[in-house]
Every structure is written in C-alpha cells, then in structure tokens.
Ligand binder design. Structure first.
Ligand SMILES: *[C@@H]1O[C@H](CO)[C@@H](O)[C@H](O)[C@H]1NC(C)=O
Ligand SMILES: *[C@@H]1O[C@H](CO)[C@@H](O)[C@H](O)[C@H]1NC(C)=O
Ligand SMILES: *[C@@H]1O[C@H](CO)[C@@H](O)[C@H](O)[C@H]1NC(C)=O
Length: 113
C-alpha cells in the first residue's frame, strides 16, 4: 500500500483532475464491473459529470455515466449505459462541468467478454 500512497501523492501534485483509469492497459470489459479512478487538487470543482465518449468528436456517441460525482471519492464503479457496454476501441472518459471538460482519460478499449 505504501507505494500506492506515494504514487497518489506524486500524482496529486500535478495540476487538477487527472483520470488514472481506465487507460490503454487496463481497459474495460462488456461484462464489467467497470471502474474509474482519478486524482484531484483542492482547487478543483467538488463535483462533476462523467461522460463516456465512444467515438472521439461525435456528440451522438457521448453517454452520461454519472452526475453529481463527489470528486473527493477518487474512484467509482459505473453502471452500464442504457444500451449496455459496447465493445470497441478509442473510448474515452471525460469529466465535465458546466459544459467544459475538466479531464479526459487516454483512449482505451472495451473488450467483449
Ligand atoms: C498508452 O498510453 C501511454 C500514456 O498515454 C502511452 O505512452 C503509450 O504509448 C500507450 N500505449 C499504447 C499501446 O497505446
Ligand atoms: C485495442 O484494440 C485494438 C484493436 O483490436 C488492438 O490493436 C490494441 O492492441 C488494443 N489495445 C490494448 C491495450 O489491448
Ligand atoms: C457541486 O459544485 C458546485 C460548484 O461547482 C457547488 O455549488 C455545489 O454545491 C456542489 N454540489 C454538491 C452536491 O456538492
């Protein structure tokens, strides 16, 4: 646990919300459960909306996964959107607040299983 704590302290010293998972190594699966982890600094907004962007730039492919998320939690497990998880590449998780993007994950795969 000690190395994890050290990592979190190091990450938190960088600017603002940073989504540490999912990423291009962990990815998500269609069966889940799928979780999101992040770090924040004290000046970040206290809450935000989590949006899954499954095709970069296409507004119709954006699905809200959670609203009013408490940023101090640092992680949460998200339920699948109404259509379920769809396998594919190039997915991103965005933290959105007042129409602006606070943070964006690196692109990741959702793998069928
Ligand atoms: C995964 O993401 C990291 C950080 O963004 C990047 O350096 C690395 O090249 C990526 N790997 C692949 C296989 O895309
Ligand atoms: C994501 O899926 C693409 C296409 O199937 C594959 O080339 C790539 O290696 C996958 N990335 C990871 C991290 O599994
Ligand atoms: C969410 O953040 C806003 C400021 O960005 C604040 O006014 C509001 O009280 C927060 N809501 C909750 C439930 O913490």
């Amino acid at each position: 646990m000690r190395s994890v704590a050290a990592l979190l302290i190091f990450a938190a010293s960088s600017l603002a919300y940073s989504i540490t998972g999912p990423n291009n190594i962990t990815g998500w699966t269609t069966s889940g459960p799928n979780s999101i982890t992040w770090t924040r600094v004290s000046t970040d907004p206290s809450n935000f909306t989590i949006v899954l962007d499954s095709h970069q730039g296409d507004p119709t492919s954006q699905q809200v996964l959670a609203t009013g998320v408490d940023g101090s939690e640092g992680s949460m497990t998200v339920s699948p959107p109404s259509g379920g998880w769809v396998a594919g590449t190039g997915n991103r998780v965005n933290f959105v607040k007042d129409g602006g993007i606070l943070a964006q994950s690196s692109p990741f795969n959702i793998t069928a299983n």
